[in-house]
Design a protein around this ligand. Structure first.
Ligand SMILES: NC(=O)c1ccc[n+]([C@@H]2O[C@H](COP(=O)([O-])OP(=O)(O)OC[C@H]3O[C@@H](n4cnc5c(N)ncnc54)[C@H](OP(=O)(O)O)[C@@H]3O)[C@@H](O)[C@H]2O)c1
Length: 276
């Protein structure tokens, strides 16, 4: 038996990512920062992008000890900013193995007061910009793509794109609509790009601690836990793990899926009394 056969299902062969390149939008905080760190710790060269220069600089300081990381201040909703981001990716990496569309925004307001501008901002950030950036990075992804090692598009959706969120008390109409549309866009991209050896999948997280969830964690943590069959929120390794799977050799045949990572919240029906 050859060494290759003996090691066929070893973890490094299944999940190893050494030498790949990745762009993580919104990589300066929250889930994006965890995912950037997880990729770096597994030998991936990573570029992160977000709007705020100070947050970018702080993230660069935090991530640098873990590997080769680059930062590009960019607003994904702005066409010229996106153009500079695509150019930066092409300058630094040439090819792009893994695109993580993670930047996201939310807006909560009662129906009667829900502003057009808030709705548009959320759709622009969570949906329109994902489409535009992905389209513009297809050449870099195509250069990296191989029949037995496809390039990957990994969109960060939400369990709120699967069910209608109620726990926040403040309705988030645009957010759940944008994430449901992002899930569907993911499937459309998977069908379109399969022949080019590029896969597209979405991760649909439940509640994880981040700047976006500060307010709801502060006010509704008990409700959040009560709604979750596992009676807790998510942990960073639970997002990083699924990302690594989707980016890896083991995940190469997974295409067009939306994978909930929510402790079962999106399939459970409201609250129950907990005796844990
Ligand atoms: N945390 C959760 O429980 C949870 C649950 C389900 C889904 N998600 C999704 O996970 C993703 C990350 O959210 P998070 O919870 O980690 O929140 P977060 O800490 O607020 O992170 C959002 C990131 O996106 C960046 N960003 C926002 N608008 C941007 C824009 N126009 N251009 C470029 N970057 C932009 C932010 O940086 P700047 O402010 O510097 O631009 C920040 O780095 C989002 O798509 C969110 O919908 C989160």
């Amino acid at each position: 038996m050859s060494d290759n056969q003996a090691q066929e299902f070893a973890l490094t062969r299944l999940f190893g990512l050494e030498g790949k390149t990745a762009l993580v939008t919104g990589g300066s905080s929250g889930l994006g920062l965890h995912m950037a760190k997880g990729l770096l710790q597994n030998g991936v060269k990573v570029m992160i992008a977000s709007r705020n220069q100070e947050k970018c600089a702080a993230a660069l300081g935090e991530l640098s000890p873990f590997g080769e990381v680059f930062v590009q201040a960019a607003n994904v909703t702005d066409a010229s900013s996106r153009e500079r981001l695509v150019a930066a990716v092409e300058d630094r990496f040439g090819d792009l193995d893994i695109l993580v569309n993670n930047a996201g925004a939310n807006w909560g307001a009662a129906l009667a007061d829900y502003p057009d501008a808030g709705f548009a901002k959320v759709m622009d950030t969570n949906l329109n910009s994902v489409f535009a950036l992905t389209r513009d990075l297809i050449p870099a992804l195509t250069r990296a793509a191989k029949a037995d090692a496809p390039a990957r598009i990994i969109n960060i959706g939400s369990m709120d794109g699967i069910h209608v969120p109620i726990v926040q008390r403040v309705p988030t109409f645009a957010y759940s609509a944008s994430k449901a549309a992002l899930h569907h866009l993911t499937k459309a991209l998977a069908v379109e790009l399969g022949a080019s050896h590029i896969t597209a999948n979405a991760i649909a997280p439940g509640f994880f601690e981040s700047r976006m969830t500060d307010h709801v964690f502060e006010n509704y943590l008990k409700d959040i836990k009560d709604d979750c069959p596992l009676h807790r929120v998510g942990r960073p390794e639970e997002i990083v793990g699924i990302l690594i799977y989707l980016a890896s050799r083991a995940g190469a045949y997974t295409n067009g899926t939306v994978i909930p990572v929510d402790g079962g919240t999106s399939i459970s029906k409201g609250k129950r009394d907990w005796t844990l």
